[in-house]
Ligand binder design. Structure first.
Ligand code: G3I
Length: 358
């Protein structure tokens, strides 16, 4: 009976051997960075990146952004966690104002992120009910969307309404008051009043990579549109991973395009890490698979009609800017973004440029 590789690995016998091999990856000479044109010059739409306010004071980040980016999305400082950190009656707009001013000064568009999200706001709204809750909900949207009217091109009005397995919509403090579709209908209606010119988006992750979640998203969009919701754009976050099967992303892009609405690839990154602690694949193998996934996404997006190519946004510029590389989650090796920590193009940047020009 042959002993499968999996059995050997599971025995732990191979693991000690694997460690020096993995270390070899780290020691092996870094491949020569590819020669890549500025991404905003080859993208078939505005090319965006997430921004944290502190990056405005980082000259290396600013130079990289000015060279490659024509749109910005505040990564966290335009969300309730920052705006309402001191309570509903003391909103903090200092950092979102700084980001808006930086965008304007650098001729970059601004995508507002995000007005209503299941995962934030529960503390600030705690203790409110009935008309007081309604006044706070409506007032928050009016204040934030109203403040940036004329400065933002678009908004993620509602973020991530669907359960990870795609089985249903999430329960949250917003749905508890208004119902699952109800809170989204209300949010979009209030956003429309506050900013009649902003393009209003529904934004979700893994819809492009988990078929059940994509199916639930498409059903939700159809229901909201039938209910007269001023939903004008669809955000595919595209937090990809290297083992998404070939063709899944492209197939979904064709499905979601059928609504005829503008599509925003809104938060692209692709971690090289997997859930399997015994995954011994080399960095080179992982980067090759990342290139395949990113190419599939960018080619499928580029194939959309121009009117549906709203923007293509990466969730950070340099690997070390990524949420994957913050704090104790950082393995020091993940390369989820287009540029390395020195601002040199990663294989992802080359893949994007190639796909955009296809
Ligand atoms: O910078 C402060 C630091 O000064 C402070 O000491 C520390 C502890 O409070 O917080 C730091 O801010 C953190 C910030 O990221 C910057 O790193 C916030 O706590 C933390 O909540 C925030 O996390 C963001 C997260 O959304 C929640 O807002 C991530 O950066 C951001 O990448 C992530 O982005 C989300 C999208 O909005 C929605 N789609 C998924 C995506 C990834 O989770």
């Amino acid at each position: 009976m042959s002993i499968s590789r999996r059995t050997v690995l599971a025995s732990g016998l191979a693991l000690p051997l694997a460690a020096p091999l993995a270390a070899c990856d780290r020691i092996s000479a870094e491949p020569t960075p590819p020669n890549v044109p500025p991404l905003k010059s080859v993208a078939p739409c505005p090319f965006g990146a997430a921004i944290k306010a502190m990056q405005i004071d980082d000259p290396d980040w600013v130079a990289l952004a000015r060279a490659n980016v024509s749109q910005l999305t505040p990564e966290w400082e335009m969300k309730m966690e920052y705006v309402l950190a001191d309570g509903l009656d003391r909103p903090n707009f200092d950092r979102s104002d700084a980001i808006a001013a930086f965008a304007q000064a650098n001729g970059m568009a601004l995508h507002g992120h995000t007005l209503i999200w299941y995962s934030q706001g529960k503390e600030a709204f705690a203790g409110l009910s009935g008309a007081a809750f309604d006044r706070a909900f409506d007032g928050y949207i009016a204040a934030l969307a109203g403040r940036y009217r004329g400065k933002v091109r678009s908004w993620d009005v509602v973020n991530e309404p669907i359960l990870d397995d795609g089985s249903a919509l999430r329960d949250c403090h917003w749905s508890a008051r208004y119902g699952h579709d109800g809170y989204m209908l209300r949010a979009f209606e209030k956003a429309r009043i506050a900013d009649p010119d902003g393009v209003l988006f529904l934004n979700e992750y893994n819809q492009e990579s988990v078929p059940a979640k994509g199916a639930q998203f498409l059903k939700l969009v159809e229901r909201l549109l039938k209910a007269g919701c001023p939903l004008q754009g669809l955000g595919l976050q595209s937090h990809l991973w290297i083992d998404i099967p070939d063709g899944v992303i492209a197939a979904y892009m064709r499905e979601i395009a059928q609504f005829g609405l503008p599509i925003h690839v809104s938060e692209l990154d692709c971690t090289l890490r997997t859930e399997n602690p015994l995954d011994l694949r080399s960095q080179a193998d992982r980067l090759a698979r990342q290139t395949a996934r990113v190419t599939e996404l960018a080619e499928a997006f580029t194939a959309l009609p121009p009117a549906q190519r709203f923007a293509f946004t990466v969730w950070g510029l340099r690997d070390t800017d990524s949420w994957y590389r913050q704090g104790d989650k950082d393995d020091g090796r993940d390369k989820p973004l287009p540029f390395d920590s020195f601002g040199r193009p990663n294989p992802m940047a080359a893949a994007l440029a190639e796909a955009f020009r296809a």
